[in-house]
Every structure is written in C-alpha cells, then in structure tokens.
Design a protein around this ligand. Structure first.
Ligand SMILES: [Zn+2]
Length: 329
C-alpha cells in the first residue's frame, strides 16, 4: 500500500502486519490481533484511518462478546422490527437520539441500555414495556409499535396468499366472471375428494366443472383462473392452493413413493353443498359420476382434445370463452 512515511518523509510501499495489541475499553484492557501498517525502510508504524477503525471495531467486538452486549446490527434489527426511526426509538426509550445513533454506528452500549434493548427485543417484552410506562411513553411511537405488534402476530395465511394471487384477474373472462371464492372452492374440492382423488384428476374435475358452469350459467363456480399446462388445464398457483387447503386442515395429501402421484382426501370434513345453486350442484354431481371410472391419464387425455387446451399457449390463462366449444355441456 503506497503511503507517506513521516519519518522517511517519503512515499513508501508499506506492508500490513498482524500484531497483538491491547486497548482500554471502560477501564478494561482488551487484547486483539491488530493489523498495523509498517514502513519497509525505517520500520516505523504508519497511521492508516481504515485499519485503525477496523482494529477498534475488533476491540469492541471482543468486549461485546465478553460482556454479552448487543451488536450494532442487532440493535438496528430490534428497532426496525417495530417500524421505528432512530428518533422514534429514542423517544420511546427516553434516550438522547445521539446515543442510539452511536450504538447503531458501532459504539458499545452501556449495561443498562443493553438490558433494556434486550427486554424489548421480543413482542412480549415490548408490549410489557409500553404497558408499564403508558403514562410516559409518547403516544405516536406507542401507536407505531402497537400496529407492528399486531401485524407480527397475525401473519398472512397461505390461503390468504393464494386468494390474493388468484384475485389478480378480478371479474373477467379469465375467471369466468366471478372473483375467486375460497369457500366455494373449498367445498368443490371436498366434494370431489370424497373417498380419495388423484391430484391430476382433481385439477381436471375442477376445470370441467367451472367451464361447464360457465357454459350453462355464464358464470364459473369457483372463480378460479386456469392455466394451460402439459398435463392439461390446472388452476394457476395450484401448488399453493393445495398446500393452503392442507394447512387449513381441509385435505390430506398422501404421496405414493413408487410413482410420485398424490392422492387427496378430505381431512375429516364433508362438503357443504348449500353454498351452491341447484344448477351448480347438478354440475358437480354430473362431473363426479361422468369421470368416476376415468384415471388421471384418461381425463388428461380428454382435456387435451379440447379447443381450450389446444389453442392456448403453454403457461397462459385459458379463457372461459372456450367453454362454448367444450365436449361436455
Ligand atoms: Zn519510513
């Protein structure tokens, strides 16, 4: 590293050397292996700002580890967990803003501050802190924390995620003019899964039911958007869909190791058909009976002869417009 050596009064190609050094921190000597820049000609130490800062950082790291104190990034994480700025967090804790700023920039927290930060690092701890000091804690910051506590405690469910993904197409020809209806879908799946149904077959049963529903009533039954895939039409994000209904304890998925096929059963629940119209119930029963002896392969093959599948590009959403050309009515 080319650096000016004050002793030689010349620029030298200085080398970094490791060296054991001790630094005082709060009256305690802390030993580290420091990196020092040395002039190759006169052997004198040459000051380098960056090396000096990283040595000091090392000293603090050793001191923190020894005394079980929080690291800067840990302190920042605690603050961000509750959606607070440095200023907001300082107000909440009753500290000067510079104190927190220093801790997050690499400073060593003092014992009392450290223990308070540790206490509020969990939701329970933070809730307790705010409750115990409800008279002195500033209202705005307390409200920010309360809101973040609520969102942390109620994460979005998988079924909510699936609903959101499917809602993307709204009320359109891609959803059969119905916004995705999780309750209807849930009961369609429970109905078709009674006694066990192969995953691939279930996808096709849902598709035929929805498309025949659209053909008869100009409205799909579930509001699902279907995608053209190799094995036929499938609900978009169907992996998420199945995982979500399994998490909701609606269905059980049993994988058969010999061929990787998945058999789906209702998880002790029965379909509630009262959610459907008489015409829709008729369609569901028609589908179940018509395809009762079909294997997954046979129903896939049938779907491959539909214009809906033939004329939609791989991966694209299948328009309900194709319902009028369906081989079933
Ligand atoms: Zn020198």
């Amino acid at each position: 590293m080319m650096k000016y050596c004050p002793k030689c009064e010349a620029v030298r190609d200085c080398k970094v050397e490791p060296r054991a050094e001790t630094y005082p921190v709060r009256g305690e000597e802390i030993e580290i292996e420091a990196n020092v820049l040395v002039c190759p000609i006169c052997g004198e130490d040459v000051f380098d700002k960056e090396l000096d800062a990283s040595n000091l950082q090392k000293v603090y790291d050793v001191y923190r580890a020894k005394h079980d104190l929080l690291a800067p990034w840990e302190i920042r994480k605690i603050r961000e967990r509750y959606g607070l700025s440095q200023r907001g967090m300082s107000r909440l804790l009753g500290w000067g803003e510079i104190t927190l700023h220093r801790y997050e920039a690499g400073g060593v927290p003092d014992r009392v501050h450290n223990d308070l930060l540790k206490m509020i690092s969990t939701n329970e701890g933070m809730a307790r802190y705010i409750q115990e000091r409800s008279s002195s804690v500033p209202r705005e910051e307390a409200e920010t924390v309360r809101q973040s506590l609520e969102t942390v405690e109620t994460p979005i469910s998988l079924i909510g995620t699936f609903e959101k993904l499917q809602s993307f197409y709204g009320v359109s020809i891609k959803t059969g003019f119905r916004v995705i209806d999780i309750e209807r879908l849930r009961n369609m799946i429970l109905f078709f899964a009674e006694g066990g149904v192969w995953k691939t077959k279930l996808m096709k049963l849902l598709w035929y039911a929805d498309f025949v529903g659209f053909r008869r009533n100009t409205c799909s039954i579930s509001g699902l958007a279907y995608q053209r895939q190799t094995y036929g039409p499938v609900p978009e994000h169907f992996f998420t869909m199945l995982d979500a209904f399994e998490k909701e304890k609606d269905i059980l998925m049993v994988e058969y190791e010999d061929n990787g096929s998945i058999l789906i059963y209702p998880d002790g629940k029965k379909a509630a058909l009262s959610i459907f119209s008489a015409s829709e119930i008729d369609i569901l029963q028609y589908m179940r009976d018509y395809f009762s002896s079909f294997t997954s392969g046979a129903i896939s093959e049938k779907s491959h002869k539909e214009r809906a599948w033939l004329e939609t590009q791989q991966g694209n959403i299948i328009s309900y417009d194709f319902a009028k050309d369906l081989s079933m009515q």
